[in-house]
Ligand binder design. Structure first.
Ligand SMILES: Cc1ccc([C@@H]2N[C@@H](C)[C@@H](O)[C@H]2O)cc1
Length: 450
């Protein structure tokens, strides 16, 4: 064990009710919105090949030209209630909203920089109406904050000279001031989702960042902060030098999903996902594969089956409207969630061997197992292997709870659930009500002698 002053300060999952609620969200919405939505991945008719929210880093645009987009920020079609309603219809239980992305433009009227909505034609705070609208919709708000800030003169990628360290000291205070300001202005926010924390300049600030995290948690008890915020004094990120998770949940699953429970190391986690391959901010030309509702529903079920949450990204247009493709997805996913939400909300890893037909989830604190089916077996026989001393008292399709399904024991703690082919192209859920059964070790199945 390595002696660490600024490593992880907790072993194992948080057990408080704020985190228990977070653990049960299942499905969330990410919002990436800012000046980058105005060009939407295109400049002077030319497409930018990278992620639209990174267009400022394209050498095809002078930085000052990008920065002057603040004078074009006037989202006449922005309607916070419409965004919150879209999320509600999708079945999202929380939303992560960009307060400030890497370009440094603040969607709130920060006192610590002039590069905010207050100095745009829009003038008004964007964060307040958003936080209020999502709160009203019963959707918890997490504030995304990029430490890396291309607009601030004190930002440095690394600290090499005296000048660097003097400039960066000012930047560190600015960062602290903005975070305390956000937590003070939007006290209902449940957490902070940090980004832009990989560069050496910030990685070297283990003590400062540790103290800042402590200050924020003191100001806002219960605040949820992920593993991406700070490094330990050995420069280790996400997991400290003793391989213990930093923060309250793992934030490494960006545009990728774990495949087996060992991949998540017993931690809480969420997966943040784009609809196209890699576009967070609005991009006019959504090139490549655009994920379908079924794909995104499967990612949601897979995330919950492995003890995490799935957070789907929306990139509203420069005028503040949500694009129709994203609205359609929200409706399709929402229609599925209306019928099947019981298998997603307040569910967790079931501790069962994954089968070919899909994913198991388990109701937290209950005796119900859910089989979220994506690949119906041609035989109509769904294999289920349960732990010893667990029996099935009832099986039924969630959509038709009064029609019990026949359950055939085929081996020790192993069953076939029989359900003839369902119509349609939608994933569906089979519910297994379970009970502790007496130990059936005296049963008839013998192991082969090999
Ligand atoms: C290399 C890289 C840096 C930053 C990102 C940001 N993290 C996502 C959550 C988006 O904000 C993206 O711009 C993605 C890739």
């Amino acid at each position: 064990k390595i002696e660490l002053k600024h490593g992880s300060h907790r072993i194992g999952k948080r057990t408080d009710e704020v985190m228990q609620k977070w653990r049960g969200y299942g499905l969330g919405q990410f919002i990436h919105w800012g000046l980058y939505a105005i060009p939407g991945g295109e400049w002077n008719g030319k497409q930018y090949n990278g992620a639209a929210e990174w267009i400022r880093s394209w050498n095809g645009i002078p930085k000052s030209t990008y920065d002057s987009l603040i004078y074009k920020f006037n989202p006449v079609n922005f309607n916070a209630d419409e965004w919150a309603t879209t999320a509600k219809q999708m079945g999202a239980k929380y939303v992560t909203i960009t307060t400030k992305h890497h370009d440094g433009f603040c969607l709130w009227p920060s006192k610590y920089t002039s590069y905010t909505v207050a100095n745009s034609p829009w003038k008004k705070d964007i964060m307040k109406p958003l936080v209020d609208a999502y709160d009203k919709a019963g959707i918890d708000v997490i504030l995304y904050f990029s430490v890396m800030d291309w607009n601030h003169p004190g930002w440095r990628y690394d600290i090499k000279t005296k000048e660097d360290s003097v400039a960066f000291e000012g930047f560190k205070q600015f960062t602290r001031n903005q975070l305390i300001e956000l937590l003070t202005m939007y006290p209902t926010a449940k957490g902070l989702w940090f980004d832009g924390t990989w560069d050496k300049s910030w990685v070297k600030q283990a003590e400062f960042a540790d103290q800042l995290e402590t200050e924020m948690r003191k100001l806002r008890p219960g605040l949820i902060i992920g593993s991406r915020f700070r490094a330990d004094e050995k420069g280790k990120r996400h997991f400290d030098a003793n391989n213990v998770l930093m923060g309250d949940y793992e934030q490494g699953w960006e545009r990728k999903l774990p495949n087996k429970i060992e991949d998540v190391h017993g931690n809480d986690w969420d997966c943040v996902m784009t609809v196209p391959e890699n576009q967070w901010g609005y991009n006019k030309a959504w090139k490549g594969h655009i994920k379908t509702a079924n794909e995104l529903i499967e990612m949601t079920a897979k995330s919950v089956s492995l003890g995490g949450n799935f957070v789907l990204n929306f990139g509203p247009q420069g005028d503040g409207a949500i694009r129709k493709e994203e609205k359609q997805l929200a409706t399709q996913i929402g229609n599925w969630m209306k019928i099947n939400k019981e298998a997603i909300y307040n569910c967790q890893y079931a501790g069962l061997e994954k089968q070919d037909w899909g994913y198991f989830t388990k109701k937290t604190g209950g005796n119900k197992l859910y089989m979220v089916v994506f690949n119906a077996p041609v035989s109509g026989a769904y294999r289920v292997k349960l732990p010893a001393k667990m029996g099935i008292t009832k099986a039924y399709a969630l959509a038709t709870p009064t029609q019990s399904l026949s359950t055939e024991e085929i081996h020790t703690n192993e069953y076939f659930i029989h359900l003839k082919k369902q119509g349609g192209d939608q994933p569906f859920v089979i519910v297994l009500e379970t009970k502790n059964s007496s130990d059936n070790s005296g049963n008839v199945y013998d192991k082969a002698k090999t």
